[in-house]
Design a protein around this ligand. Structure first.
Ligand code: HEC
Length: 216
């Protein structure tokens, strides 16, 4: 006796294409089992057809689940940093007291104690296209830097400084150099020094140590 041919995939699988969006992992398993059973039974023509349909559903389901997961991957919200937006001095009732998370600002003079002149020479490679570090060195695109530490700001003879620097009072002490070298444009708005700055405080400490060694 011929086996009754199912009139729709729906009957066997309990899942129809329009309902695919509701497909659960159970339905997914049922489809897989169905395909496996059919293959085991060795059915030919009609089951072959059916397998194709089941395969198509399986594929659609995979794509659907894949897209869903991709969505999760792309848009999964990160848990908020519990330390964010903590305003000092404001303690919510019942809230645990969280220690301040701000990085301690180490004064540059302290960092200089462990700075390396050798490493500073390497950092200076970023400056040599514009500056001479040699004793008696000439001004180039930028002023000569021999003896710059504790020298007056904008004091290299014969160099045409911008008003951003020539209008500044004071000397190039460690703090001033640290501020200028971190972000020249911010420290001296309008400066001609076309240099992005040294973002790493270690780099700045090392180059300042090197600059500090450039004196008689
Ligand atoms: C693209 C060229 C350029 C580079 C690179 C550059 N500088 Fe300068 N620098 C200048 C110019 C130009 C000035 C003068 C700025 C002004 O007048 O506003 C200057 C000024 C300075 C001054 C002030 C000097 C004074 O006599 O007041 C210091 C200090 C200095 N640079 C250090 C450095 C260090 C250290 C580096 C490397 C980390 C560096 N610069 C990289 C062009 C450069």
């Amino acid at each position: 006796m011929a086996r009754r041919k199912p009139n729709s995939v729906n009957l066997r699988l309990g899942v129809s294409l329009p309902n695919l969006c509701d497909a659960t992992p159970q339905a997914f398993r049922r489809i897989t089992e169905y395909v496996a059973i059919n293959q085991a039974l060795g059915e030919r023509m009609d089951s072959f057809e059916l397998n194709k349909i089941a395969g198509a559903i399986l594929f659609t389901l995979l794509v659907y689940l894949g897209v869903q997961n991709l969505g999760d991957v792309l848009f999964s919200p990160k848990p908020a940093n519990p330390n964010a937006y903590i305003v000092e001095g404001v303690v919510e009732e019942g809230a645990p007291v969280v220690a301040s998370v701000a990085e301690p600002v180490v004064p540059i003079s302290e960092l200089l104690q462990t700075a390396s002149i050798e490493k500073g020479v390497k950092v200076a490679k970023k400056c040599v296209s514009c500056h001479s570090f040699d004793i008696g060195g000439a001004n180039k695109i930028g002023p000569a830097l021999w003896g710059i530490v504790d020298r007056d700001i904008a004091a290299s003879t014969g160099f045409n400084y911008s008003s951003a620097l020539s209008g500044k009072d004071g000397i190039w002490d460690y703090e001033a150099l640290n501020g200028f070298l971190e972000n020249p444009k911010k420290y001296a708005t309008g400066t001609n020094m076309a240099f992005a700055g040294l973002r790493k405080v270690k780099d700045r400490a090392n180059i300042i140590a090197y600059l500090d060694s450039l004196k008689d």
